[in-house]
Design a protein around this ligand. Structure first.
Ligand code: KIV
Length: 263
């Protein structure tokens, strides 16, 4: 049975904590889907986690759609959310509607995610039957405006503004809200104040669900991980081990052996 936006709301109503993960390609999407991950986000983190950019800003609509289609082909049951890239929706409501529509029409996604309190656009999308996931707090597309990747909502005034934005977005009809880089007590307050399920990343344990970037979860990245990211595997070491074992076997003549050759 495929996950729908209504299921995420039911999770919240039942107090059932759930997960979302990012995916960017066919094989990982099919692994996540078969593992029962209810929601997959084709994040614009594609830019820095897969395409080698420094930030999420350069990734384009065409790149996002290309990867969204691969993820959709790899999954049968998960709810697929396409992440609208920088400047695909900030320019005008019309651009936002057109590009969100492309995620569903050309990408095969079931919903889109937008950063910031884009109230007019969100309302317009919901009215047109395009489900929207909100995203507040540390919004990476505003990295330069925030002066870096900083936890948001630390002062009383910022916390109040974030709570107001969350409630205003909730009223527009979003089906879920990502809270990123927000102090845990504030994330709890927002979670209790909105009817949409909140999905936290660096927002403490009180959100209705949690999301991680897949490359962080799998330990694929080079160097250190952000405080909020927990690598549940060390695939970078495992891949290095496999690649060097192959190189050594070829150098020594151990591969290909009889079992891996045609006669
Ligand atoms: O692009 C992304 O991976 C995201 C998550 C961090 C929520 O927006």
């Amino acid at each position: 049975m495929s996950t729908t936006i209504r299921d995420l709301r039911s999770f919240k109503e039942r107090g059932e904590r759930f997960i979302m993960l990012t995916a960017y390609d066919f094989p990982t999407a099919s692994i996540l889907d078969q593992a029962g991950v209810p929601a997959i986000l084709v994040g614009d983190s594609l830019a820095n986690n897969v395409l080698g950019y420094d930030t999420t800003l350069p990734v384009t609509m065409d790149e996002m759609l290309h990867h969204t289609r691969a993820v959709v082909r790899g999954s049968r049951n998960a709810l697929i959310v396409g992440d609208m890239p920088f400047l695909s929706y900030q320019t005008s409501v019309e651009d936002g509607i057109r590009n969100a529509g492309r995620f569903l029409k050309e990408g095969g996604a079931h919903a889109v995610k937008l950063e910031g309190p884009m109230l007019e656009l969100t309302e317009a999308l919901v009215e047109r039957g395009i489900p929207v996931m909100g995203h507040l707090g540390l919004t990476p597309q505003s990295v330069h405006a925030m002066g870096g990747y900083r936890v948001q909502g630390r002062t009383d005034e910022d916390a109040r503004r974030l709570l107001d934005d969350a409630q205003a977005l909730d009223k527009t009809g979003i089906f879920a809200l990502v809270l990123e880089g927000v102090p845990a007590p504030l994330a709890r307050k927002i979670t209790e104040a909105v009817s949409s399920p909140t999905i936290g990343i660096g927002a403490g344990p009180h959100c209705d669900g949690q999301v991680l970037v897949l490359t962080d979860l799998l330990g694929l990245n080079e160097g250190t991980y952000p405080k909020f990211a927990k690598p549940y595997a060390d695939l970078r070491t495992e891949i290095t081990r496999a690649v060097t074992a192959f190189r050594d076997d070829v150098a020594s003549g151990a591969f290909p052996d009889d079992a891996h050759s045609y006669h």
